[in-house]
Design a binder for this molecule. Structure first.
Ligand SMILES: NC(=O)c1ccc[n+]([C@@H]2O[C@H](COP(=O)([O-])OP(=O)(O)OC[C@H]3O[C@@H](n4cnc5c(N)ncnc54)[C@H](OP(=O)(O)O)[C@@H]3O)[C@@H](O)[C@H]2O)c1
Length: 166
């Protein structure tokens, strides 16, 4: 997310390319069931090699090549349990983060030191997808923080945070 919790650009997609953030996400997602909104899943086609995508959609006939369609979060959790696992990783987008943060035990956040809204009108800015404000969904303690400055491969500084529900 950017400084104002924005997670996507005005035309969809993720508004930065940060190789260490991708690696961080891949490491957390390896072998896991990932809960994704249908829009995010479509953006990430071809990305899933060693994860199991569970795609949230209200479209009953929606096909998920290499994954599973789910109609609600309860169904996604049941899938994880029936596979003998105990962790569902919620990977966005904004609607799915909003629907699940109240149930989350841990948040893995990358704070990207940029402002996606810069140069946009307030109407455009208000319509950008955002991560919810964690403070509105309980008390969290910081269990990990890694700070990385900008460098030749990363145009923005990043902070990798892990928050655990108190
Ligand atoms: N920076 C990041 O870490 C990050 C991560 C993920 C995504 N993103 C960005 O976030 C943006 C997309 O987010 P978004 O909020 O627009 O879309 P989204 O959450 O990816 O997908 C929305 C769709 O998911 C389905 N859905 C959502 N909630 C549901 C529910 N409770 N029950 C059933 N189906 C449900 C609906 O699909 P149907 O319309 O098919 O019914 C809905 O249209 C993109 O810009 C993407 O790049 C950023």
């Amino acid at each position: 997310m950017d400084r104002h919790r924005v997670i996507g650009g005005p035309d969809g997609g993720i508004p930065w390319h940060l190789p260490d953030d991708v690696a961080h996400f891949r490491a957390a997602a390896k072998g896991r069931h990932l809960l994704l909104g249908r829009r995010t899943f479509e953006e990430m086609q071809g990305w899933f090699t060693d994860q199991i995508p569970l795609v949230l959609t209200r479209q009953e006939e929606y096909r998920v090549p290499g994954g599973v369609r789910v109609s609600d979060v309860t169904e996604a959790i049941a899938r994880v349990v029936s596979a003998g696992q105990n962790l569902l990783l919620v990977a966005g987008g904004a609607t799915v983060f909003a629907a699940t943060i109240a149930m989350a035990d841990r948040l893995l956040l990358t704070l990207v030191d940029t402002d996606v809204s810069e140069g946009l009108s307030s109407v455009q800015s208000d319509s950008l997808p955002r991560f919810p404000d964690p403070a509105a969904f309980g008390d969290w303690r910081e269990t990990s923080r890694i700070e990385r400055p900008e460098d030749e491969r990363h145009v923005y500084a990043r902070t990798f945070l892990e928050l655990t529900r108190c």
